[in-house]
Design a protein around this ligand. Structure first.
Ligand code: IVH
Length: 670
């Protein structure tokens, strides 16, 4: 073979390897089996050995961080690792504080612990009897992966803490990251420092992890046996005493104006820091208030991430494509000439909806400014109309669904008296191909069945091959057909099989969420599953279509009821639930049997003093009680505050329901 041909063949293999590194590290979706990967790598190394002239900086020999040939053991977090909600401006912060005051129903004084939000990978460290026992990744927030040995290679992480004040059992959380200057040395192999840290942490061999210098900064605790501290800032001080690194830029600030001022200063100096920061985290400093405020299903009520403003760049719109979402929404997306924005190559930008295109008059061929902030999808800020070509034409938004040809509509919103900005396909659920595929992607997503062996790309491929047309088809896959497909091997098929098998055990909440009913997100799915308790009740309900029953649930309104009714008026959706129930093991909600208010129902009327409705409701639920939102025979207690609704009190009286004050409720709770 000629030298040039050998080189060409070698470079092709390198390219292939780097493609699979990307699938693995960036997308967490390997496309080939571990054996296939190892063979590819071996081929390259052999070629290098044989032909001296084949020197390349992308050689696997120079690449730090190979693909691990092992999946890690799963670990159920004792306290979920949730994410933070985002703020982008002062209004978002005002809104955040307003919600806090509403929840506490008082003007309690509080200040903030302000901490830089390092853009790394969060890790949880469990210490028992002063020794580091478990090091775990965040995973999906509920289940992480045990990566103790890899985390132990990080010098910043103490393995043993010989300090009197150190609790017997504590779980410490923080961020693993790579410094900018260290990233420069390996930047050809990873998209950004965050990916490098993530890839390094998932090595099979800790010696590989050690090759990339990782750092750890601690910022919170997860599980802790009892409350040792009063303030977040005290806890941070304590962390330092115990030998953890904490961030030098942490501050205690008093109010929103001070937060904004610090954010402004920090935004200017952030590029001088030796690590990537994508915002500041503001936490209510008082830990007692934190615990009163608690969590929504995704994030704490007591903290928020204030993101830094976006980077932007100019580029050309090559095309405008219409994507169809799970709920039928037609979303226009600009395909743009690839452009580097703050270290990430962007080739797609969302145009949001039809109205947005009209308002900004965005056309194919236009030069536009695109903005990108953190993990938010890039969007078009403005069009440079001076650079517009003379023959350019207005973009005409399709009036029929580009996927199935059905009518599209803009819904009329009764409460705002306006038409929706979003246009939707009217085809029922699985009748429209694109909607169906998106529904299946939703079904397997992290917060639903979490089938991690089955990525979005695989769903599309299996759809084209007629392997999967409905969610239940996932459980009827013929693995013999998959093993022979391009990019698949015995090992990857086995992984897929295992992850599908594991997904069969699912909570009722996740199951309801996985159906992809419009307006039924994680929070509402939880409300419904808490109320309905088990899958047979749920099935009875969808058969009887008596969704009005849910109006009783605090938090569910007409919009959700309408959406449920609409969803289950489709026979196919009912059948899917029934069929899935026969395949899956849908777990009944774990009810805390021990709660002092077990099986007791409560309702509130009037203003409660010193506590908000939401907090009172959460207190009742913490003690296994149930809150209702209307008076009926099934109500046990009506809790009456200031200026109660007379009608409700009268109704309760006539039904012989216990009428109690807030004080009496507190007594019930001891
Ligand atoms: S506190 C309940 N503090 O941000 C959430 N998180 O979006 C408690 N992060 O997964 C997290 N710096 O990886 C917290 N000082 C800080 C942080 C921080 C970075 C990351 C962390 C978390 C994500 C939340």
């Amino acid at each position: 073979m000629k030298k040039t041909e050998i080189k060409k063949n070698y470079l092709l293999k390198l390219k292939e390897l780097s493609k699979h590194n990307k699938f693995y590290y960036d997308d967490s979706k390997p496309a080939i089996s571990d054996i296939e990967y190892d063979n590819l790598k071996l081929d390259i190394l052999k070629l290098e050995e044989k032909y001296n002239f084949l020197k390349n900086k992308s050689s696997p020999l120079n690449v730090v961080g190979f693909k691990p040939s092992k999946t890690f053991e799963k670990y159920e977090h004792k306290v979920q690792m949730l994410s933070l909600s985002n703020a982008f401006n002062k209004d978002d912060l005002i809104n955040f504080e307003k919600k806090i005051y509403n929840y506490l129903n008082s003007k309690d004084y509080f200040n903030y612990s302000v901490e830089p939000k390092i853009d790394g990978i969060s890790a949880s460290l469990t210490y028992i009897d002063k020794k580091l026992i478990y090091g775990v990744s965040r995973g999906d927030g509920k289940f992480g992966e045990i990566i103790t040995e890899n985390l132990k290679t990080i010098d910043d992480i103490p393995k043993f803490i010989n300090k009197k004040s150190f609790p017997n059992e504590i779980e410490i959380r923080g961020e693993v990251f790579i410094k900018k200057k260290d990233f420069l040395k390996i930047k050809d192999n990873f998209a950004n420092p965050r990916n490098a840290a993530s890839g390094s942490l998932r090595q099979k061999d800790p010696a590989e992890t050690r090759k990339i210098p990782l750092n750890f900064i601690a910022y919170t605790y997860g599980y802790l046996q009892k409350n040792y501290f009063k303030y977040q800032s005290d806890f941070l001080k304590e962390l330092k005493k115990w030998g953890f690194k904490t961030n030098k830029e942490n501050r205690i600030l008093e109010n929103i104006d001070e937060l904004i001022k610090y954010h402004h200063q920090f935004e200017k100096i952030r590029f001088e820091l030796d690590y990537d920061v994508d915002g500041l985290v503001y936490k209510i400093n008082n830990l007692n208030l934190q615990s009163r405020l608690g969590f929504t299903s995704n994030s704490p009520r007591w903290a928020i991430a204030h993101k830094f403003s976006a980077d932007s760049a100019n580029t050309k719109v090559l095309n405008i494509e219409i994507q169809i979402g799970r709920t039928g929404a037609l979303t226009p997306v600009a395909k743009v000439e690839p452009v580097n924005i703050g270290g990430v190559v962007v080739s797609n930008a969302t145009l949001h909806n039809e109205d947005e295109i009209i308002r900004k008059d965005i056309r194919i061929g236009d030069i536009v400014e695109i903005e990108r902030a953190g993990d938010v999808i890039p969007h078009v800020v403005l069009v440079d109309k001076n650079k517009r070509l003379k023959n350019s034409k207005r973009f005409v938004f399709p009036k029929i669904c580009p996927s199935c040809g059905s009518q599209t509509i803009k819904e009329y919103n009764q409460s705002t008296k306006k038409y929706d900005a979003v246009r939707r396909c009217t085809n029922d659920s699985y009748g429209c191909e694109k909607i169906a595929i998106e529904k299946i992607k939703h079904f397997i997503s992290k917060e639903a069945l979490n089938i991690d062996g089955l990525g979005k790309k695989v769903v599309e491929k299996f759809w084209d091959l007629n392997f999967i047309k409905k969610p239940q088809d996932i459980f009827k896959l013929n693995y013999k057909n998959i093993v022979n497909l391009d990019g698949w091997g015995k090992l990857s098929v086995n992984n897929l099989k295992n992850s599908i098998e594991n997904s069969k055990k699912v909570t009722l909440q996740k199951f309801i969420y996985s159906l992809g009913i419009r307006h039924i997100g994680t929070e509402n799915a939880k409300l419904i599953s808490d109320n309905i308790k088990n899958i047979s009740n749920f099935i009875d309900l969808i058969k009887s279509e008596n969704f009005e029953k849910f109006l009783n649930i605090d938090g569910i309104g007409e919009t959700q009821i309408k959406s449920l009714r609409n969803f289950f008026s489709n026979k196919l959706n009912k059948e899917i639930v029934i069929e899935l129930n026969a395949i899956l093991k849908i777990e009944t909600q774990r009810i805390k049997e021990t709660g002092i208010l077990k099986d007791k129902t409560f309702m509130f009327t009037g203003k409660l003093n010193g506590i908000s409705r939401a907090e009172a409701k959460s207190l009742i639920e913490k003690n296994s009680g149930i809150t209702l939102s209307s008076v009926s025979k099934s109500l046990n207690y009506l809790v009456v505050g200031e200026k109660p609704t007379r009608r409700k009190v009268e109704q309760a009286k006539s039904l012989g329901i216990n009428i109690i004050s807030l004080r009496e409720l507190k007594k019930l709770l001891n």
